[in-house]
Design a protein around this ligand. Structure first.
Ligand SMILES: CC(C)(COP(=O)(O)OP(=O)(O)OC[C@H]1O[C@@H](n2cnc3c(N)ncnc32)[C@H](O)[C@@H]1OP(=O)(O)O)[C@@H](O)C(=O)NCCC(=O)NCCS
Length: 274
């Protein structure tokens, strides 16, 4: 059997979306990617299709690896192998090649996030030299009953993104970084209360995701993020609020302060120096 890696850019988007869906069969979170979702992922996360790879076993596509790139750093945005080809060393060989390719592009670090409960994934990435940076956690809250007369201001998502870039942790997970946040567009909306900022997904939907929360360093420790989140719960009542498991565990207390419950699924943020 020969394993070859072909550029994802030489395949049509519908083919890549279908291959990704098939490669993530049985994943802890059901994944069904259509063309639109893949286009959004490419734009928001900075995926480079010329560096991303379709994995071919002889003439059969058996997996896909999406690579995002920013400066000296790349991120394995997603990798999956079709069920018939798993647990036979394809993942390991693909990762070894992807690391070599990143080195030859002159990059210095590769990042990824993997679901902690995904035994095969964690084992694979540790085997090829990735180190755990921190645990990433998520939260949920259904229909919070909150009253608030705090006046919050709606701002351009670009202003929030600039603030995150300037004031956020330097090694924030890729999806929370100011660069990714800058790619969010309506119907997502950004709000501000003094030095506290929050980005949420479309508040007209029944489920709303909190996509970014930030308090400028000089105002931290005073519970400002909780005041802002409670004001949002009051402004958009009868919703289910979600925080995906991409937030550093050390930030979790801000969601606990507003009564959110931690989700059982968590991730490892991992890094490999090249
Ligand atoms: C995770 C995944 C990419 C691994 O690819 P793979 O081709 O099966 O990986 P390999 O065969 O090279 O195995 C890598 C290691 O994981 C182990 N492993 C594989 N499947 C396993 C399983 N179901 N349970 C426990 N360990 C497993 C292998 O034994 C190997 O470790 P070893 O070398 O010490 O024996 C593949 O299982 C997959 O596509 N899963 C669904 C999508 C996914 O989880 N992607 C990763 C997160 S983005």
């Amino acid at each position: 059997m020969t394993l070859s890696l072909t550029p994802a850019s030489s395949h049509p988007i519908p083919f890549l979306a279908d291959l990704m869906t098939r490669s993530f069969e049985g994943y802890p979170v059901p994944i069904s990617i259509n063309e639109t979702a893949l286009h959004t992922m490419i734009r928001r996360d900075g995926i480079d299709l010329t560096a991303s790879r379709v994995l071919m076993k002889d003439d059969e596509p058996v997996g896909v690896a999406f690579i995002a790139r920013r400066g000296w750093t790349s991120r394995l945005a997603a990798m999956g192998i079709t069920t018939n080809a798993r647990n036979g060393g394809v993942g390991t060989r693909a990762m070894e090649k992807l690391i070599e390719e990143a080195k030859s592009r002159g990059e210095k670090e590769m990042l990824l996030e993997v679901i902690e409960q995904n035994t095969a994934g964690v084992k694979l990435y540790e085997k090829v030299g990735f180190i755990k940076i921190r645990r990433l956690v998520g939260y949920k809250l259904e229909n919070p009953q909150v009253e608030s007369d705090v006046d919050i201001e709606e701002i351009d998502i670009r202003e929030l993104a600039r603030t995150v870039t300037y004031h956020g942790m330097i090694d924030l997970p890729w999806q929370l970084s100011g660069t990714t946040i800058m790619q969010h567009t309506p119907p997502s909306r950004a709000f501000r209360l003094n030095d506290a900022y929050c980005l949420i997904s479309n508040p007209e939907a029944t489920d709303i995701a909190i996509q970014s929360v930030l308090v400028k360093a000089r105002s931290r420790g005073a519970g400002l993020s909780a005041v802002l989140m409670r004001a949002l719960f009051a402004k958009f009542p009868n919703k289910v609020w979600h925080v995906s498991p991409i937030y550093p565990e050390e930030m979790g207390f801000i969601f606990e302060h507003v009564g959110m419950t931690r989700e059982s699924l968590s991730q490892w943020q991992m890094s490999r120096i090249l």
